[in-house]
Design a protein around this ligand. Sequence first.
Ligand code: ADP
Ligand code: ZN
Length: 721
Amino acid sequence: MMYMVNFMNLVYCYIENNTSALDQTYIYQFKNEPVEIGKRVLVNFNHRECVAFVDGIEWNVSRAFPYEIKPVLNVLDEKPILNKEMIDLAKWISRTSISTVISALQAMVPPALKPKSNDSRIKMEKWVRPLANHTKTAKQRMLYELLAEKKEMKRSEWLKQSLSRKLEELGCVEIFEKESRTSEKIIEKKPCSFVLNEEQKYAVERILHSPKDVIALKGVTGSGKTEVYLHAAEEVLKQGREVLILVPEISLTPMMVKRVQERFGNDVAIYHSGLSAQQKYEQYQSVRSQDKCIVVGTRSAVFMPFSNLGLIILDEEHDLSYKQDQNCRYHARDVALHRAQTHHARVVLASATPSLDTMARALKGVYELVEIKHRVNQSLPEVKLIDMNEVIRQKQSYILSDEMLQEMRKALDRHHQIILLLNRRGYQPILRCSQCGKVLMCPHCDKPLVLHKEKNTLNCHLCGTVLKRIYACPQCQGKLSGSGFGTQMLEEKVARLFPNARLIRMDADTTTRKDAHEKLLKAFEDHEADILLGTQMISKGLDFENVTLVGILQGDAMLARSDYRSAELTFDLLTQAGGRSGRGHSDGKVLIQVYDKKHYAIQCALKQDYDSFFRHEMQYRHLAGYPPYTYLCALTFISKNEEMALDEANHVMMLLKEKDFKVLGVSELLKIQDEKRYRICVKSKSLELLQKEIYDVYQHHRTSKSRVKLHIDMNPLTLDD
Ligand code: ADP
Ligand code: ZN
């Protein structure tokens, strides 16, 4: 059966549904509706009304089709929500990170522009403007002229004028709607109060004038990198171009935001996950309308609608949070580099501990390497290891060693502040039956339940299951006893030992509310607390004058992971956390409690010696054939049906091996939410080749109707179980 289309316009669109089976364009027809590329339309798909994103248009078509071409039901946007650059970018992301085009498009727009988020509709406001001068009295005419002079007024303001209702009745004014904008406080710009030192000046000069477009800026914490960003940004803004400053985490943003705002006032847009949908939308629009020319934000700010981007800065470029770890697994660094090419913009990849990938490229001459070796005004803090094997042999506490306690007491006596870092939340991570020895596991995952004492619950940190606390083993009724400790137990212990010290705990459990990060950090900054304790979210980017002691507990816990990157993560964490101490004028101290004192990641962090860590780690990566020497892609096959998942993993592994890829696996991973997971890892010297072949695997899988879920992670940052 053939269907004829006569003198119709065709639209090619992606259905707004992130199922990979639908990852292709579908065709609809329209006549006079204002369809445009980049707008959304309403269409009938599978007997349901669906939102679709317009990717292409073909005018005036007369042709036969093997299926019926249905009409477009409605055009949803007045103006396109994405331009050509962004649509091309979405397709590039889809191809290179192997995800659906629609998930890439959705990652780009603020929530208010996503079809599923009806609750976060864009807020509208009533305004008035003059229509016709039907005024009858002098007073009425005066008011009319006032409005004519202002051209338009918010209706709420307008109604405060007497006679305004009368003018409305007389048909003198027109009431219309406009998107609402929260009025901003005026922020005064403050110029920089000091001159840059020679290293900083050189860095700014290279950022602006290097023949290479990408600068790897390596500088220890406190070396004045932020000042370098601000100076380079100033120059770029003077040229009439836009600037993007990316920061890794929301907990980091307040201070960076504050400093950028102090320098650039109301030219700054802010974009991060802590904003409401309306706030995000307003910030997004302010960039699109070119009201704001500088953006500070987290990962997704890389998609702001710039028109003439001149400079992108990635602060802490090594940070894992730059990669989105679900749906569309893009890396903000890759997107930044790609967008910079389109805009002919320059990129700064800045860190005290650059990722191995960035450093390797800088040493090869792909990027220009610029180093800032000295801290401003300060020496590096004294870093010391505490051997916990020894501590336990001496029967001291396995939570806080005597030496740690002593230093804490000293700091508190001097009214200095302390940061304690423990990368494990909850009260106790393991509960074991004292009779049968079994560990209490999540009923749905291969993961021990963690005791949370605040609400007396047992929580699974993998799937989020929360159960009421039990005291006896469900199998043999033996008494459960806990081992290990998390931030909640640490808090309890510190409170007991230092009853007069004021404590702030910061981890995923205390920061669920919006603005919680900001409030807690502000309180600590204002010295409303003496000790800040928490997980890795407190380890970086914080700039507290009064902190002189940083204590890191279980500093080597991460080394126990099977991941090839665990040494790098450990080194980064310890080095970054160390940089927190002694930023003010009193000398700082960093104490790290570890079991594996000799490990090179620990030893190099102790000496704050990035270069020797880099050499050591590169050797290991070279021998083991891991990035940056190869490119990696992880494919995880997931199903409640163990056999089906395993079969498919084996099948794809064979296919890829036939294409001469090196493939690791099949490895069995932990069960999550009752689903079995099997993973293979594909290695290749050529990223393009890897992307192309894995894209074929993806295409084949998505059209095969297989019931096994396939997660593809191109360039995975971690390979956890
Ligand atoms: P980083 O971003 O590398 O951690 P910052 O830019 O935050 O370092 O600088 C650390 C501190 O030193 C800040 O308080 C900053 O205001 C100050 N600072 C930076 N550059 C100079 C300079 N040239 N002279 C004096 N103080 C400076
Ligand atoms: Zn679970």
